[in-house]
Design a protein around this ligand. Structure first.
Ligand SMILES: NC(=O)c1ccc[n+]([C@@H]2O[C@H](COP(=O)([O-])OP(=O)(O)OC[C@H]3O[C@@H](n4cnc5c(N)ncnc54)[C@H](OP(=O)(O)O)[C@@H]3O)[C@@H](O)[C@H]2O)c1
Length: 475
C-alpha cells in the first residue's frame, strides 16, 4: 500500500527529542543499503558503528484507523493482505537498556495473524495501555503498529546501560518484553505484571528492516543457520520449551507419552522435536498425509490424521460428543499399546479441549498456551477431578527458558522448521497462508537479507545436520 511516495510516516510521541522535519525516504534508503553492504561485507563493528542510523525504515504495519475494517466479516475471510501495509516509518532511538537491530530475516507467527485480523481485540489497545506506563513506553503508542515477534540480525546501536551486547553482534531476539519494576516478576519474569510480547503488545517489531528490542531479549544467533532459518524458531521453540519441558510448564520426563495437536505446525513442530529429544513418545495429531510424513521424518512413529479419521468433537455449536472423545482415546491406546497421554500439548482450544481433558491419563497434565478455535472452553470436569488431572496455563517463556531453547538450536539438537520464505513486501500473503493453515512448520520473511542462504558461519556443523535443517522445506 502506502508510501513509496515522498515521506515517511511521522506521527511520533518521542521520549528523545524528535526533530519534526519530514524525512526524505531516499536518504534513508541509501543508509539502509550501506548498512546491508557492511553486514554482507562483514565490516568491523567500528565500521558499522560509523554508519549513521537511517531516519526511517521499511516495516510491516497495521493502521489504527483501519481497526474496524473487517467488522461483520467471518474470521476465516478476514484477509491479512488487506490490512498489512509495507511502508516507511520513523526509526526510534534506543532508550536505556534497549538495542536497535538491523533485521536480516523474521518469521510469521500466529500473533501476526491475530494483529492483522484485529482479533480478539485490536492490538492498538495494547499499545495505548503500554503508552500510559512511562515516557519511554509512550513511544509505542502510535497510529501504526510495526508487527513481528521474531528476528535474526545484527546489533546496530545500543542504548545507555547496555553492556552485554555490542554493535556488530549477530543475534536472534526472543519476544519477552518485561519491565521488572515490580517484585512479582523476580522469580519468573513471565509473572511480571508488565510482561508483554514484543511486536504484538509493543511496537517496533521484527517484520521490518530495523527493530527496537530490550537488550535482555537478545541471544546469540546459531552460527550454522542462515538468517531466515535462525529467525524462525524463537517464539514457538521457546513457548514449546516452557510449555512442555520446563518445570513452569508440564515438566516432561523420559518415557512420557505426549499428545501433540498440530504436530507439524509452528508450536507443534518444536514440541515434537523436544519430546523425541527428551526421551518421550509423541502422539502427533495432524490433518493430512503430507503433514504426517513430516512428523515421521522428525522421528515420530505414532500419528493420528484428524482429517482422514474425521473426528467431530462438536455435534453443533453448543454440544460436544463424548463418543468422539472416546474414539480418540481408543485410537491413542491402539497406537501406544494401551497408554494414555501423560501430557496433552494444547493450543487449538475450544474445538479440542474437551477431548484433551478426557484423553489425558489419570494424574496427567493438559498444558495450554492458546485457543486458536475459540477461547471459551468446555470440558467435563468429572474427568478432571475424579482422575486427578491438572490443567496448566503456559505463555511464552522467561529469558532463561528462551536461552535454553535457543541453545538447543545452536547445538544442533533442535532444528528450524522453515518451509518457505517470502520477501518483506509479501508479508500479507505469508500471513494469509498461516491464517488459512496452508503452511508447514514456520514461514520466514526476508527483511534486509537480499536472498536466502546467507549468514552461515559454522558450515561444518551445518553439514552435519543439513537434512534435518531442510526437512520442512518446500520441494
Ligand atoms: N501463548 C503463547 O506464548 C503462544 C506462543 C505461540 C503460539 N501461540 C498460539 O498458539 C496457536 C498455534 O500457534 P502455531 O504457531 O503453532 O500455529 P500454526 O503454525 O498455525 O499451527 C497450529 C496447528 O494447529 C492445528 N490446528 C489448527 N486448528 C485446529 C483445530 N481446530 N483442531 C485441531 N488442530 C488444529 C493445525 O494443524 P493440523 O491442521 O495439521 O492438525 C495447525 O497447523 C495460535 O493460536 C497462536 O497464537 C501462543
Amino acid at each position: 500500500m502506502p508510501s513509496q511516495d515522498t515521506h515517511a510516516r511521522l506521527p511520533h510521541a518521542g521520549y528523545w527529542p524528535v526533530i519534526s522535519v519530514r524525512v526524505p525516504i531516499e536518504a534513508s534508503e541509501a543508509v539502509v543499503k550501506e548498512i546491508l553492504e557492511a553486514i554482507l561485507g562483514q565490516s568491523s563493528a567500528d565500521e558499522l558503528a560509523a554508519i549513521t542510523v537511517p531516519e526511517s525504515y521499511r516495516a510491516v504495519t497495521v493502521h489504527k484507523d483501519e481497526a474496524a475494517m473487517f467488522e461483520g466479516t467471518p474470521s476465516r475471510d478476514k484477509d491479512p493482505r488487506s490490512s498489512l501495509h509495507v511502508e516507511d516509518v520513523r526509526t526510534p532511538e534506543p532508550g536505556p537498556g534497549e538495542a536497535l537491530v538491523a533485521v536480516m530475516a523474521s518469521a510469521i507467527n500466529y500473533n501476526t495473524v491475530w494483529s492483522a485480523i484485529f482479533e480478539p481485540v485490536s492490538t492498538f489497545a495494547f499499545l495505548e495501555r503500554y503508552g500510559r506506563l512511562s515516557p519511554l513506553s509512550k513511544r509505542h503508542d502510535l497510529p501504526y503498529h510495526v508487527l513481528g515477534s521474531d528476528l535474526a540480525g545484527v546489533v546496530l546501536r545500543t542504548g545507555p546501560g547496555v553492556h552485554a551486547w555490542s554493535v556488530g553482534d549477530e543475534v536472534v531476539a526472543h519476544c519477552l518484553s518485561v519491565e521488572l519494576e515490580s517484585p512479582d516478576g523476580h522469580n519468573d519474569t513471565m509473572l511480571d505484571p508488565e510482561q508483554r510480547i514484543w511486536g504484538f503488545e509493543t511496537n517496533f517489531g521484527g517484520l521490518a528492516q530495523l527493530a527496537l528490542v530490550k537488550a535482555n531479549q537478545l541471544m546469540p544467533k546459531p552460527a550454522h543457520l542462515t538468517w531466515e532459518e535462525a529467525a524462525c524458531p524463537g517464539l514457538v521453540n521457546s513457548t514449546a520449551y516452557r510449555q512442555l519441558v520446563s518445570r513452569n510448564g508440564a515438566g516432561m520426563k523420559q518415557g512420557d507419552v505426549v499428545l501433540i495437536w498440530g504436530a507439524s505446525g509452528g508450536l507443534g513442530s518444536y514440541a515434537t522435536q523436544l519430546a523425541i529429544g527428551g526421551g518421550a513418545t509423541p502422539v502427533c495429531v495432524v490433518s493430512s498425509e503430507e503433514k504426517a510424513e513430516i512428523c515421521r521424518s522428525m522421528g515420530a512413529d505414532l500419528i493420528i490424521d484428524r482429517a482422514s479419521e474425521n473426528y467431530r468433537f462438536w455435534r453443533d455449536e453448543q454440544t460436544q460428543d463424548p463418543k468422539e472423545w472416546q474414539r480418540l482415546g481408543k485410537r491413542i491406546r491402539e497406537l501406544t499399546g494401551g497408554d494414555d497421554p501423560d501430557i496433552v500439548f494444547e493450543h487449538p482450544g475450544r474445538e479440542t479441549f474437551g477431548a484433551s481433558v478426557y484423553v489425558a491419563r489419570r494424574g496427567g497434565t493438559i498444558v495450554t498456551c492458546a485457543s486458536t478455535s475459540g477461547f471459551m472452553h468446555e470440558y467435563d470436569n468429572r474427568y478432571l477431578w475424579m482422575n486427578l488431572k491438572r490443567i496448566i496455563g503456559s505463555h511464552f517463556a522467561n529469558y532463561r527458558e528462551a536461552w535454553e531453547a535457543n541453545r538447543l538450536v545452536a547445538r544442533g539438537r533442535i532444528h528450524p522448521t522453515l518451509s518457505r520464505t517470502y520477501p518483506l513486501d509479501q508479508t500479507g500473503l505469508a500471513a494469509h497462508d498461516v491464517h488459512r493453515n496452508l503452511h508447514q512448520g514456520k514461514v520466514g520473511v526476508l527483511a534486509l537479507a537480499p536472498e536466502e542462504g546467507l549468514g552461515v558461519s559454522n558450515p561444518a556443523l551445518r553439514e552435519r545436520h543439513i537434512d534435518a535443517i531442510n526437512r520442512f522445506r518446500d520441494v
